[in-house]
Ligand binder design. Structure first.
Ligand SMILES: NC(=O)c1ccc[n+]([C@@H]2O[C@H](COP(=O)([O-])OP(=O)(O)OC[C@H]3O[C@@H](n4cnc5c(N)ncnc54)[C@H](OP(=O)(O)O)[C@@H]3O)[C@@H](O)[C@H]2O)c1
Length: 293
């Protein structure tokens, strides 16, 4: 399906359903490390706008990124286009008290120049009791400041605890480290979330650093599969996630990377490709604690 904007054609991308019934795009744009270098500001804004034009309308950020600078940059990038965007931000654990989370959310909204977030996540578990954070999330939802809420970096036992608390059953997603090299969540967290209809958001889907990317891209099987499909290893890594109904949020400030990432949606991996990837990047044989970045 295509839609027109300022004469340009862009494709609407596939969505998944959150447990509340709201659609969420399967492929979005991360923003960690954006907004930190004034010299890169315009190119980062341009990259995000290009991503929007290509249909990658989910933008993931956090109050932590650049101490609010990433949110400010996004506010500029989405000016006049807020309705197109599925906006996700995260609260620091130390701000996630009943009052602190409400205030942190309001600061994020001001930086993003919007009056609501599509999704608000607890960035990781800290010392503040979860019950308090959930209470704040409910207040924000009732006030229309957030549409849905969720968590990040929660392992299965954290999810079980959260779901046992008032408001816990309204958690719609868990954003975690998940890519070909880090497949630990397949042992129990991923099935646990799937069993409750919660789509997982995969962060660092193509490895966040040069060394992490080498662990993935240097594997000969990945290169072979990419060649077979006239694709890049990054596209294969993203297509692999997208084919398992996981939401992927690659960060790209290089426009070629943005286009490449969008192209991953058109790449269909065959059974043989998937089997080869399983061999090259095996799932750990037993439960491992959730890995984090
Ligand atoms: N919840 C959490 O705790 C958490 C933790 C980490 C990340 N996140 C979120 O997830 C997003 C993505 O994770 P990430 O930034 O860690 O890692 P990532 O998206 O896997 O990797 C980003 C790196 O990959 C490069 N890149 C992008 N597209 C590429 C392509 N097609 N081919 C080769 N290289 C490519 C980027 O370069 P250029 O920028 O030069 O294009 C950047 O250096 C973050 O930005 C953030 O929004 C959340």
């Amino acid at each position: 399906m295509t839609a027109k904007r300022k004469g340009a054609e862009y494709a609407k991308i596939r969505t998944l359903r959150l447990p509340t019934g709201r659609p969420i795009p399967v492929l979005g744009q991360g923003t960690w490390r954006m907004g930190e270098d004034p010299a890169k500001r315009q190119s980062e804004i341009d990259a995000l706008r290009l991503g929007l034009d290509l249909g990658m309308t989910l933008i993931d950020t956090a109050e932590m990124y650049g101490d609010g600078a990433a949110e400010e940059l996004i506010g500029e990038a989405i000016a006049g286009r807020r309705a197109e965007v599925f906006l996700v931000s995260k609260v620091y654990p130390h701000n996630a008290t009943r009052r602190g989370a409400v205030e942190a959310c309001e600061r994020s909204l001001r930086r993003l120049v919007t009056d609501y977030l599509d999704l608000y996540l607890l960035h990781w578990r800290g010392a503040v009791p979860l019950a308090e954070t959930l209470e704040a999330f409910q207040l924000l939802k009732q006030a229309g400041k957030i549409r849905d809420y969720g968590v990040s970096n929660f392992d299965t036992d954290d999810m079980e605890e959260a779901f046992s608390l008032p408001g816990g059953e309204e958690i719609v997603t868990n954003q975690v480290l998940y890519n070909l090299v880090h497949r630990g969540i397949e042992r129990d967290l991923l099935p646990w979330c799937r069993g409750r209809g919660l789509p997982i958001m995969a962060y660092s889907p193509i490895g966040h650093s040069a060394s992490e990317q080498r662990k993935m891209f240097d594997r000969s099987q990945l290169k072979l599969i990419a060649r077979r499909h006239h694709a890049t290893p990054a596209q294969v890594a993203l297509a692999w996630l997208l084919q398992r109904d996981v939401i992927a949020i690659p960060k790209a400030s290089n426009p070629e990377h943005v286009r490449e990432n969008r192209g991953a949606l058109d790449l269909i991996l065959a059974k043989k490709d998937l089997e080869e990837l399983d061999q090259a990047f095996p799932v750990p044989c037993k439960k491992v604690p959730l890995e984090v970045k």
